[in-house]
Design a binder for this molecule. Sequence first.
Ligand code: PFF
Length: 449
Amino acid sequence: LTETPLGQGNKVERFTSSGFILAAIGSSVGLGNMWKFPYITGLYGGAAFFLLFIVCLILVGLPILLAEMTIGRGGRGNAASSFSNLASDKNWKWLGFLMVLTAFLIMAYYGVVAGWTLQYTVDSLSGALSKPGMDFEKQFFDFAGGYWPLFWQLVVMVICGIVVGKGISGGIEKFNKYLIPGFLIILLILMFRALTLPGAAAGVEFFLKPDFSVLTGESALIALGHAFFSLSLGMGCMLTYGSYVQKEQSLGKATVAIGIGDLGYALIAGLIIFPTVFSYGIESDKGVGLAFMALPAAFSQMPLGTVFGGLFFLLLAIAALTSAVSILEVPVAYAMSAWKWSRKKAAAIISAVCYVIGIPAALSVGGVLTDWTPFGKNVFDWFDFTTAYVLMPLGGLVVTLFTGYAWKRAGEEAGLTGFWYRAWMFSLRYIAPVLILAVLLYSIFVKPV
Ligand code: PFF
């Protein structure tokens, strides 16, 4: 097997083994854990939903995570060419190309939300969010509906473009190495603060004491969809990162480490958010607004709330940025080998295009495009729906079918034999495709578009 040739001036790059684990955890831990997970947990069944999420993560998420990394390392190409490097049927690369496209679209709107977190960090620290009697819902829409989000989105894109432009070891690996430990420290400080608030126990109970009667079929599908999003699956991200992993590294161990990292962060995020909002008597089913409306309301009443609020949004910003660089790397890696662009050129052009595509999404949350709802959704919701509920599951399906049925030497590359190999294949061949199909059909036909 020869590596897919790269564009001019680009050299073959590799992660160190700890650098890879950190970067992959940085990718998986993102807005999904800190923003989306708490609010869907609030909406779809609290602790019982959390348990469902863990089951989905283990039964479907981790096997696909391992499959993506294995295809990447085995194929040593981008999210499209890795498939055709491994399969006799070269058409697989078109399905892989779909994932590159998905990454591109996700990057466009992920950058918008990442931008919000930067503005909220600044506003929290400057005290702008702690005026007495503030209406946080109005505050959020006033901000998101204005033009500042375009500025912050630009900041996000520039940061990502620079980091990705510097390459794997000098850019992405270094970025994660500095940010992730800082992230963990802030997380623990906030968890300690949240758990020692008066009345925190009610929040912990909501999050950790399951009541299975509240679960519905819909909860299961949302949990599965989220397991995908949370582990950065179905869009070639773990596949692209996997292509930079050294041969000696154990992908099985990496899967376990990333799974524990992602779950651990989701757990701690829940232990920050629910005790905080419960302690101040704020409703936990605020939906999308949980992080940007309910939490600032709680922080504004907390002693030293400007500091804790600032730390919380800084945390969210770090989580978002370490994920955003991993998303951008997917189309950049593609352009480097398919179009022979240099890394710097690819990073600059692609982040600029993602910025432009993201602008309509940015303007449709409270802004001038809010009421423009072609086929029933505004632009932002369309981005979210098509990527998270349709394209990512579709990408996941491609990965499971490829690894389970088409590529015969996956077990060898993954380093699995015996029981673990059989269990992995069982999930990839039978459990994962069926469940993913269920999510897809449900999203397209049942969930009102
Ligand atoms: N896993 C990230 C999160 O939970 O926020 C989101 C994400 C990152 C999705 C990278 C996809 C991806 F390729």
